[in-house]
Design a protein around this ligand. Structure first.
Ligand SMILES: [Zn+2]
Length: 350
C-alpha cells in the first residue's frame, strides 16, 4: 500500500526544505545512514509529518549519496511526489487518512471500505493485519532495486498486538529495508519498540525563526497566534487558515462564555476542543493569581470558582481523546460551549 503523505499543502517544492528549522534534524538523520530504524520524536505543530516525509525522500532518492537533500528530479523523487512510490509502505491509521482527505486502501473483505463509506467508525489504531501486510511487503524484492522504506505514523497508534508483531522486523529488517516511526509521545510506545530505534528529536524552532516563517505564510501579527499554540508554527498557521487572527483569538473567551459558536469560525472539532481546554487552563491559572499562558489577561474575565472549571477541564481532556469524528458536530459544539460557560460560572454538570 502506497499513499501520498502530503495532502493539505499540495505538492511541495521537492528540493527546498519546506520548514527551515528542520535542516539540523535532517542532517542528523543523514548522519545516521546505517540505522535501519529511526524514531522521530516531535510535535505535529513543529513539522513532524513534513520532517518524516523529508527523511523518507532522503532514503529513497536515487541521486548520488553525497547530496544533502533529495534531488527532486530522479524517478524515485518523482514517484514520491506523485504518491505512488512502490518501495514505500505507509502504516497510517484510517482516521488519520480520512482527516487528511486521503483514500483508504482496500483491505481484506472490504473492511476498510466500510469505514470509508461511514458504515463503521474509522480506526484510530494501526492494526495487526496492517502490520503483518507491511512485514510481508518487506520480504519482497525492491521494485526499483534500491532501498525500501516503511513509515509508521504515528507509531503510538499501534496497539499492543501490532507493536509486538513489528518487533522482529524492527530488530532485524530484511536487507535494504529501513523503518521510520514517528511519535509525539514516545513514552506511550512499548519500551521494546523504543529500544530498537535510534531516536531523532525534532525540537520547536526559536520564536524569531517561527515568526519569520509565519510572516512569510502571510500572517501579519504572528506573535499572538504563536503564543496561542505554545510556539508551534504549523498550529499557528492552521489557526490562521481557519479564519482566526490576533484580534479574533483574543475575542474567543468572551464569545465562548457568551455561547456564540459563530465566533469560532471554521475550527475543526479537535481544534475547538483544544481552544476550550486553553480557555479553561487560563481560567484556572487566573483563579490561582498567576498570568494566563494562551490568552492576554485582558481577554479573560475571572471565573466564578475554580473547582467546577477543573472538573470540566478534566472532562474536556476525556472528550478530546474521542473527538475524532464529526458526527452530530453542531450539537456537540453547542453543548461544549454551554458546559464551558456553566463551569466558568461555577457549575459542573457531569
Ligand atoms: Zn531524487
Amino acid at each position: 500500500m502506497v499513499v501520498k503523505v502530503s495532502a493539505a499543502a499540495g505538492t511541495p517544492d521537492p528540493v527546498a526544505t519546506p520548514l527551515p528549522w528542520l535542516d539540523p534534524v535532517l542532517a542528523r538523520a543523514q548522519a545516521l545512514a546505517h540505522a535501519h530504524a529511526l524514531l522521530l520524536h516531535g510535535a505535529l505543530g513543529d513539522g513532524l509529518v513534513e520532517c518524516a516525509q523529508r527523511i523518507v525522500s532522503q532514503w529513497l532518492c536515487e541521486a548520488p549519496p553525497q547530496r544533502s537533500s533529495p534531488c527532486g528530479e530522479c524517478e524515485s523523487c518523482r514517484l514520491l511526489a506523485g504518491g505512488v512510490h512502490p518501495d514505500l509502505f505507509c502504516l497510517l491509521p484510517e482516521e488519520w487518512l480520512l482527516r487528511q482527505g486521503l483514500p483508504l486502501p482496500d483491505g481484506a473483505a472490504g473492511e476498510r471500505s466500510d469505514a470509508a463509506g461511514g458504515k463503521r467508525k474509522p480506526s484510530r489504531q494501526i492494526r495487526i493485519g496492517e502490520v503483518r501486510a507491511a512485514i510481508d511487503w518487506t520480504a519482497r524484492t525492491s521494485s526499483r532495486g534500491g532501498a525500501k522504506v516503511v513509515l509508521v505514523h504515528p507509531a503510538t497508534a499501534m496497539n499492543l498486538q501490532s507493536a509486538s508483531a513489528l518487533l522482529k522486523t524492527l530488530e532485524e529488517p530484511p536487507a535494504g529495508v529501513r523503518l521510520l516511526l514517528t511519535a509525539a509521545e514516545p513514552a506511550r510506545l512499548l519500551p521494546t519498540v523504543r529500544s530498537r530505534c535510534q531516536v531523532l528529536r525534532l525540537t520547536p524552532p526559536a520564536p524569531a525563526v517561527a515568526m519569520d516563517w509565519l510572516r512569510a505564510q502571510g500572517l501579519a501579527e504572528p506573535a499572538t497566534l504563536l503564543a496561542a499554540c505554545s510556539g508551534r508554527p504549523l498550529d499557528a498557521r492552521d489557526l490562521a487558515a481557519a479564519g482566526l487572527d490576533a484580534a479574533r483569538w483574543q475575542a474567543l473567551p468572551a464569545a465562548v462564555l457568551q455561547r456564540q459558536p459563530g465566533a469560532l469560525g471554521s475550527l475543526p472539532l479537535p481544534t475547538l476542543i483544544d481552544v476550550l481546554q486553553k480557555i479553561c487552563h487560563d481560567g484556572l491559572i487566573l483563579a490561582a493569581g498567576a498570568s494566563p499562558r494562551f490568552f492576554p489577561e485582558a481577554a479573560l474575565a475571572a471565573p466564578a470558582a475554580s473547582e467546577a472549571l477543573a472538573l470540566w477541564s478534566r472532562e474536556l481532556a476525556r472528550i478530546a481523546r474521542h473527538a475524532d469524528h464529526p458526527w452530530h458536530e453542531g450539537l456537540l459544539v453547542d453543548s461544549l460551549l454551554a458546559r464551558t460557560a456553566s463551569a466558568w460560572q461555577g457549575r459542573f454538570d457531569p
